[in-house]
Design a protein around this ligand. Structure first.
Ligand SMILES: [Cu+2]
Length: 169
């Protein structure tokens, strides 16, 4: 009896794993929050085996999640929500550079360095099926430089803006 149950569980795990492997997420991290800060930007690299779109981000630790991009409007840098983000087959897409990032809004508790933040991504494939990836973001100290700063020094100002203020229009 026990043996049959185990085999069943293993089969289920194998199926889950196969689905998870359609999309690979690496280097998911965020920063510890400053006092009074109730939103967090999650950075990561995501690669889908097949053409897909990222259609959602959520966390039990936040009220809502959005895919954001930063844009200049006049002299002001603003953030706007994207409905979805293209994930071309086999092309790693890094969120956290070029102004595109994941934002968790309405954090229920401050994020502390050294802890992990659970979150989930919803990916929709070209054939219409969706998968939800349950992930953990490493929480790094508040002063950790972003991916953007490491690879593109000119985006420094955007990153600053992003840490201190959140514009929604
Ligand atoms: Cu944002």
């Amino acid at each position: 009896m026990k043996r049959i149950l185990c085999a069943g569980l293993l089969a289920m795990l194998a199926v889950t794993q196969a689905f998870a492997d359609e999309v690979k997420v690496t280097k998911a991290w965020t920063r510890a929050t400053a006092p009074g800060q109730d939103s967090a930007s999650v950075q990561l690299t995501i690669t889908s085996k097949k053409d897909a779109t990222l259609i959602g981000v959520a966390s039990g630790s936040a009220q809502s999640g959005e895919i954001h991009y930063m844009a200049m409007e006049g002299n002001v840098m603003v953030m706007r929500a994207l409905e979805s983000l293209d994930l071309p087959a086999k092309k790693p897409v890094t969120l956290g550079v070029d102004g595109i990032h994941l934002m968790l809004l309405g954090l229920k508790a401050p994020l502390k360095a050294g802890h992990k933040l659970p979150f989930a991504l919803t990916v929709k494939f070209a054939d219409g099926h969706t998968t939800v990836l349950k992930l953990l973001a490493q929480i790094k100290p508040l002063d950790t430089a972003s991916n953007a700063v490491q690879t593109q020094p000119q985006t420094d100002a955007q990153t600053e803006e992003h840490q201190h203020e959140h514009h929604h229009q």
